[in-house]
Ligand binder design. Structure first.
Ligand SMILES: Nc1ncnc2c1ncn2[C@@H]1O[C@H](COP(=O)(O)OP(=O)(O)O)[C@@H](O)[C@H]1O
Ligand SMILES: [Mg+2]
Length: 511
């Protein structure tokens, strides 16, 4: 307890200041005897209301923002802090022995491409025989052990996040690559994580419901770059590079560079950049390009990843590889062998005469990109099946509709996690944007409540040579309707609905 209280700094403490603490949590229901319970005023409930429950469950230490409760028992400890959410992260890091200082930590942020870029960085470092670990929306890895992320959080709450970092440090991981969302940054889930390299993919509108404005959203992402302290000392037996990796082609570049204290390395396809790609050849089953490194060395890359944005993701990863002095041939072979992330441009084949592609694109920008990637490789029409999540970023709904109107030949507007909102009204908001961009209901788009029904309808309308893209869910394993989290898998549903139309070939998906 004294160590945890010391981590909090100069705070008001009532009760004993020593003794064993067995866990750190902000969930009163998870309190076990001897735990430290942190009361956080949340969006839905106030953790301070659960202090009696935490005490009943024999918490040893309660940390809160409010004055000590009048009936607080003697013999237990109450620490009053200024910002309980931030201090949850501080306590978790202290409890697990500051794991982020026992490894190199690389953070990847951006609106789109975080998971892909995190995995690409890991692939390059692992190809160079570095022991790595990563955390992404899709999965986790600690050295040779990988398992799916079924939490629906890209970035875990601070105690789980720190525990995972600690398990990496204990397993001998030297480089941890952490997908770091702007909400995790804004909610201080990664507060106190000693990042060595910060990487950005791009910054566009998303998750505005959390941040209010694009400005606040960009500001949250900038926190990752501020967190890289060029003077921080990590006494480790291997070299730890420190840098900020920025996308010279993205509008985030000029903004983020102001927040960087560590040296900047840029990457780009269009703009002049330290790590630059040229001579792009983009195909349906992969991409090729030539890379120039800051030291002038050039090399060719060939990867099964499709689309221009993946070339950018590769460049970000190459920049990180370069900072680690990894040889170009090693980087090229990692990228050549890279297995695309599940649910990212994943093809579903069952002998049907049209193509079916599942992709996680759920922003106007990424949907536009995906439609544009599929256009040149489709002889017939490009049919987009997509929606927009309930209780999230309303601004993007009409924008998604407009993108489909402009870049798809036909759109089926359907559910994507309506949550407790009325599903049809979300579809109407998307449709309004489609209408504005010239689409007409019945001829260029339809609205179908129920994602399965929407997918089935798209398949019924597909003709030979068409491409049907199921966008927005990717690998996700649930669909949130009302308060229920229903089991879901776009790829399995696609197989079912193709089977229902009589296409009986094996379930084997070719990715
Ligand atoms: N650099 C990028 N720029 C724009 N869109 C991208 C980029 N990388 C990936 N995408 C799109 O975003 C989708 C999600 O990719 P993912 O790597 O899971 O990103 P994130 O983790 O940021 O959500 C992809 O399926 C693709 O459509
Ligand atoms: Mg992700």
């Amino acid at each position: 307890m004294s160590e945890l209280l010391a981590a909090l700094g100069d705070v008001e403490v009532h009760g004993p200041a020593t003794g064993a603490v067995t866990a750190v949590t902000h969930d009163s229901a998870a309190v076990t005897p001897g735990a430290c319970f942190v009361a956080i005023p949340g969006r839905r409930a106030d953790g301070h209301d659960f202090i009696p429950e935490a005490l009943a469950r024999r918490a040893a230490l309660i940390v809160g923002q409010r004055p000590i409760p009048a009936d607080f028992p003697t013999g237990r400890t109450y620490a009053r802090v200024a910002d309980a959410r931030r201090d949850l992260a501080v306590l978790a890091a202290a409890f697990y022995g500051q794991p982020s200082r026992r490894m190199e930590v690389i953070g990847v942020t951006g609106t789109d491409g975080k998971t892909s870029t995190t995995r690409l960085i890991d692939a390059i470092l692992a190809q160079a025989s570095r022991p790595t670990g990563y955390m992404t929306t899709v999965d986790f890895k600690v050295r040779d052990q990988g398992w799916p992320n079924n939490t629906r959080f890209t970035v875990l709450e601070a105690p789980e996040m720190q525990r995972m970092l600690a398990s990496m440090a204990e397993a001998g991981v030297e480089c941890a690559v952490v997908e770091t969302t702007s909400s995790a940054l804004a909610l201080d889930r990664v507060y106190g994580v000693a990042y060595d390299i910060a990487v950005v993919t791009n910054i566009t509108l998303e998750h505005l419901e959390v941040h209010g404005t694009l400005e606040a959203y960009r500001r949250a992402k900038a926190m990752l770059f501020e967190a890289v302290d060029p003077d921080a000392r990590k006494p480790l037996p291997f070299h730890v590079p420190r840098a900020c990796v920025l996308n010279a082609d993205d509008s985030s570049y000029a903004y983020l560079r102001e927040f960087c204290r560590a040296p900047i390395v840029t990457y780009g396809i269009e703009a002049e950049a330290d790590v630059r790609a040229r001579d792009l050849e983009l195909g349906v089953d992969g991409s090729r390009f030539r890379v120039t490194l800051p030291d002038g060395v050039t090399f060719d890359v060939r990867t099964p990843l499709v689309a221009r944005f993946n070339v950018a993701n590769c460049l970000a990863a190459i920049a990180v590889g370069y900072l680690h002095d990894i040889a170009p041939e090693v980087m090229a072979s990692a990228l050549a062998r890279f297995e695309p992330v599940a649910g990212r441009m994943e093809r579903i084949t069952r002998g049907q005469p049209f193509a079916v592609v599942v992709d996680y694109a759920h922003t106007p920008e990424s949907l536009e990109l995906v439609l544009n990637v599929l256009r040149p490789v489709t002889t017939g029409r490009v049919i987009a099946v997509f929606g927009s999540a309930g209780e999230r970023d309303r601004v993007k709904r009409p924008l998604m509709g407009a993108v489909a109107a402009r870049h798809a030949d036909f759109a089926v507007i359907t559910d994507e996690d309506p949550r407790e909102e009325d599903a049809l009204s979300i579809l109407r908001e998307i449709a309004a944007g489609a209408e504005e961009a010239g689409a007409r209901e019945g001829t260029s788009y339809i609205c179908v409540v129920g994602r399965r029904a929407g997918i089935a309808e798209a398949f019924r309308r597909a003709r030979p040579g068409d491409t049907v893209v199921l966008a927005g869910k990717g690998h996700e394993q649930s669909l949130i309707v009302g308060r229920d989290k229903l089991p879901w898998d776009d790829r399995a549903v696609a197989h079912d609905e193709l089977a229902a139309l009589g296409y009986a070939e094996s379930r084997e998906a070719i990715t």
